[in-house]
Ligand binder design. Structure first.
Ligand SMILES: NC(=O)c1ccc[n+]([C@@H]2O[C@H](COP(=O)([O-])OP(=O)(O)OC[C@H]3O[C@@H](n4cnc5c(N)ncnc54)[C@H](OP(=O)(O)O)[C@@H]3O)[C@@H](O)[C@H]2O)c1
Length: 253
């Protein structure tokens, strides 16, 4: 994608990967609008980056999405890039009864959120000669975590949705991209400093470099083999990886 000359809306831009992408695009001179539920986080990021705008949004609420889309189209008519980044990652256990409230929240946030947000802006984006929808999935779309089973399923589903949406929009000016991050050290669960997690700065640098190419799927080199794992023998790595997390748990923060 073109890294300059865009007006970019980033959900979950008040922290972590969303903030990192927002600041990187802002530094390149793009107009950036961030969104999320926590007003204080949005204010902190927009104050630290003069010219960046912020909107309060609850991605689980269709009314909030509709109001946000209306504001975006009215106040930022040049909007041409949507980055669906907001997400949550509560633990669960597919060997036990699920907590329906938690499972519903994960699906509403991570899967229905990006689907609804894109739907609310798609007519506007199609009116632009050069537009992009970028979905933030995860390495766990390809290598699911047993301790975050519903989360992993939403990310695999969002990967699938990305493939079909890319095909459906192939004759429009809207490119559909996927960023599939590895484990990045953010507050998604808690910042652990675990050496297995990629530092945020390094992740953003490699991701921005790859966004500047023609690639549709953006993932760091370190997880290329995991991206290639799906196939008839995928269980071997999935089982071995999940066992390794039982043997070497993430230290509790
Ligand atoms: N960190 C990783 O290892 C990793 C790996 C792969 C993929 N990802 C994905 O990267 C994305 C960003 O995560 P992160 O690691 O940067 O963690 P993070 O700092 O916790 O960011 C998540 C963001 O989502 C926003 N959000 C959550 N629920 C929302 C809602 N209902 N409405 C609007 N915004 C909401 C949060 O803002 P508010 O709380 O203010 O609403 C927050 O800014 C997520 O989709 C995550 O699944 C992360």
């Amino acid at each position: 994608m073109h890294l300059t000359g865009n007006t970019i809306f980033i959900t979950g831009g008040g922290s972590g990967i969303g903030r990192g992408l927002a600041e990187a695009f802002h530094k390149l001179g793009n107009k950036v609008i961030i969104a999320g539920r926590r007003k204080a986080a949005l204010e902190e990021v927009s104050k630290a980056n003069p010219g960046m705008a912020a909107l309060e949004l609850d991605i689980t609420d269709p009314n909030s999405i509709a109001a946000t889309a209306e504001t975006l189209i009215r106040d930022y008519p040049d909007l041409n890039v949507l980055i669906n980044n907001a997400g949550i990652m509560p633990f669960d256990d597919p060997a036990e009864e699920i907590d329906d409230r938690v499972a519903t929240a994960i699906i509403n946030t991570n899967l229905l959120g990006p689907i609804r947000m894109t739907s609310a802006l798609i007519a506007h984006l199609k009116s632009k000669p050069r537009a992009a929808v970028i979905h933030n999935t995860s390495v766990v779309a390809y290598l699911p975590l047993a301790a975050n089973a519903v989360y992993s399923a939403t990310k695999a589903a969002l990967h699938s949705y990305t493939l079909t949406q890319r095909f459906a929009l192939r004759e429009t000016g809207v490119k559909v991209l996927e960023i599939a991050p590895p484990w990045v050290d953010t507050d998604l669960i808690y910042k652990s400093g675990d050496p297995r997690a990629m530092p945020l700065d390094a992740f953003i640098a490699e991701t921005m470099a790859k966004l500047g190419t023609e690639a549709d799927e953006i993932y760091v080199d370190a997880i290329a083999a995991i991206r290639d794992n799906p196939g008839v023998n995928e269980h071997a790595l999935i089982n071995a990886f999940n066992q390794s997390l039982i043997d070497n748990p993430i230290p509790v923060g």
